[in-house]
Design a protein around this ligand. Sequence first.
Ligand SMILES: Cc1cc2nc3c(=O)[nH]c(=O)nc-3n(C[C@H](O)[C@H](O)[C@H](O)COP(=O)(O)OP(=O)(O)OC[C@H]3O[C@@H](n4cnc5c(N)ncnc54)[C@H](O)[C@@H]3O)c2cc1C
Length: 404
Amino acid sequence: MTKRRLVILGGGFAGLRALFRLSEIDDLEIVLVDPRSTSLMKPALPEVALFGKSVEHVRFAIEPVVRRAGARFVHARPIRVLAPERRIEFPDREDLRYDYLLITTGAMKDYDAIPGYREHGHSPCDDAEAPRLARALDQFDGGPITIGSARSEWGRRVEGPSLAAPCEGPVGEVMFMLDEELRHRHIRDRASIRVFSPGREFFEDVGPTVRAALAPEIERCGIRVTSQKSLRAIGHDHVDFEDGESWESALTIVIPPYTGNPLVVASEALGDEKGFVPTDRRMRHLDFPEIFAAGDGTALAMPKLGHIAVHQADIAAAALERDLTGRGEIPDYAPEIFCIMNRGRHDATLILSNHLFGGDIDRAFSSPITRMLKWGFDTLYFHSRGHLPPDFAQRTLVELLSRA
Ligand SMILES: Cc1cc2nc3c(=O)[nH]c(=O)nc-3n(C[C@H](O)[C@H](O)[C@H](O)COP(=O)(O)OP(=O)(O)OC[C@H]3O[C@@H](n4cnc5c(N)ncnc54)[C@H](O)[C@@H]3O)c2cc1C
């Protein structure tokens, strides 16, 4: 019997999670495609930008991981998916046919949408920009610093929360880590830190309890926060906002707007108006039943977080397994915010909240132990090449925290 073929597009958090979950299925050939040769641990990038962590410790080669899982790696950038024909086109190699497709290509960060970014802006968002920010910080000797997210726009095909800033955790991490770093260098009194958010409130994705827990920490660090500010442009010594205001800024650090993946945009009928993949809550494409998607590139993922990407990958993998074998339970889609925000070398805040989704959990825990948990998570993910702590350990932690 010929094997059915599953193509996974993208070897980030969601793609690798699904690969590990599906690699045991008999009579299934898995091909994972990625234009990068390495999988990037984005949550560790602020440490590259601020604490001198080597970029080589936040990425690992994809091919050996895929091979060990018994699958094939194609290191190439596809140009479009011809969904009605179940075919993927490449500019420089043969088309790849599939029986099932899992899209885990993530979202794009559109640096070029911000006038002046390339000349004057910085960001911790990828493995080229984070080291560039580290170099700028090495040379920084005082002055006003501005940190914030540019506004992102979303399609309307899939219902759910819509956030102007889909991932504000890195803004929080960078501002706290920067405060500590400047104190460490004895130049904190020569610098000011101002933060802006396009959201109605800073950290719009969590509830009032988490925001109230963070507010005194922000104040203690002397950081000023302004919400409902939409970035327009970055200049050599200032930032401009859509409301006409300008702030002086010697160093501007931003999370650029999120946009859909160009592959999805180029593939007819695959994405919504903004290039995000529309799925149901079992992560199946709304129009193509043999296509699934998980992670930042889906319209459903809001906020855009690794924890939600992995949850969606688990659902997509279970739904695929059910299609392929008729076996297995498909977990319910129950998104929550579960992340650890570094607040320096020795402190971190663990946030657990489902307030955005109508739940009543909204907790923040700050301590050196939380900082160690983040270190443990990153170290395990890096050394195990993409594996997370066992599900029961994560679930037990969440259970304990939600009752605390
Ligand atoms: C600075 C920063 C800090 C963060 N911190 C946290 C945190 O502390 N906790 C948390 O939960 N989340 C955090 N996040 C968010 C988290 O990193 C993302 O939600 C997560 O990486 C999404 O996983 P993904 O698999 O959907 O996409 P990605 O991890 O972006 O992976 C997508 C993969 O698809 C590949 N790809 C792209 N285009 C194509 C194509 N055309 N064909 C095939 N493959 C393609 C890419 O090369 C990449 O390997 C952070 C994000 C940033 C930027």
